[in-house]
Design a protein. Structure first.
Length: 211
């Protein structure tokens, strides 16, 4: 890895925010330049309806985080345990984009990606390498899409070689989770969202209940 490389936070595909790279392009990019993780669905299908659109108020602490993560490549730091996997699931549902959480020492980083992937900046990868940092999890923006992409698996191979980390997780907007490594899925699960009840109530109000 290039020492001291000042990688920009964005992936360098500026110009068209809807531009999606396919897996091979992303993989090549990861090899030559920056590492990226991306979701399986690389289209513009719009199956995401944010909680806000459904009239469900999201928690203040999540709103606050999102206000600091407006653009692809933005990142914020927090203490250990901040940016929980269920919070990040909600954030993806709210925005329709990916997020990734990294932990290094006593610090966590939450990085905003876009619909097709998240770029882990080189300087953060260098920090991870020096201080045994981990890519804890990342979100995919489509319901039920918790399958690791080719780029996800290449990322895990890269991490195994550089930091020794072998496993990481994926979470979807509807709370499905996957633990995976460079070879694929290890196990699947779910996280419960505290918004489920609020969402149900909002839908009841919208559609007059019934059931
Ligand atoms: Zn992914």
């Amino acid at each position: 890895m290039a020492d001291g490389a000042k990688s920009g936070l964005a992936s360098g595909t500026s110009g068209s925010p809807q531009l999606t790279l396919d897996n091979d392009e992303l993989a090549a990019k990861a090899k030559e330049n920056e590492a990226a993780i991306n979701s399986t669905y690389l289209n513009d299908s719009n199956d995401i309806e944010s909680y806000s659109e459904r009239g469900v108020d999201i928690p203040e602490h999540i709103k606050e985080k999102l206000s600091q993560l407006q653009n692809k490549g933005d990142s914020i730091t927090g203490s250990i345990g901040e940016f929980s996997i269920s919070d990040v699931s909600i954030m993806s549902k709210e925005t329709g984009v990916e997020f990734a959480r990294v932990t290094i020492g006593g610090k966590t980083y939450l990085i905003r990606g876009d619909k097709g992937g998240t770029v882990i900046p080189n300087e953060l990868l260098d920090e991870m390498k020096m201080h045994s940092g981990t890519l804890d999890f990342h979100s995919h923006p489509h319901n039920d899409d918790c399958v690791p992409s080719k780029s996800d698996r290449l990322m895990m191979r890269k991490l195994r070689q550089t930091t020794g980390q072998r496993e990481s997780s994926i979470v979807t907007p509807n709370g499905r989770t996957t633990l995976f490594d460079e070879h694929g899925v290890i196990e699947t699960g779910t996280v419960s969202s505290t918004l489920d009840d609020a969402r149900r109530r909002a839908l009841m109000e919208l559609f007059g209940g019934g059931k």
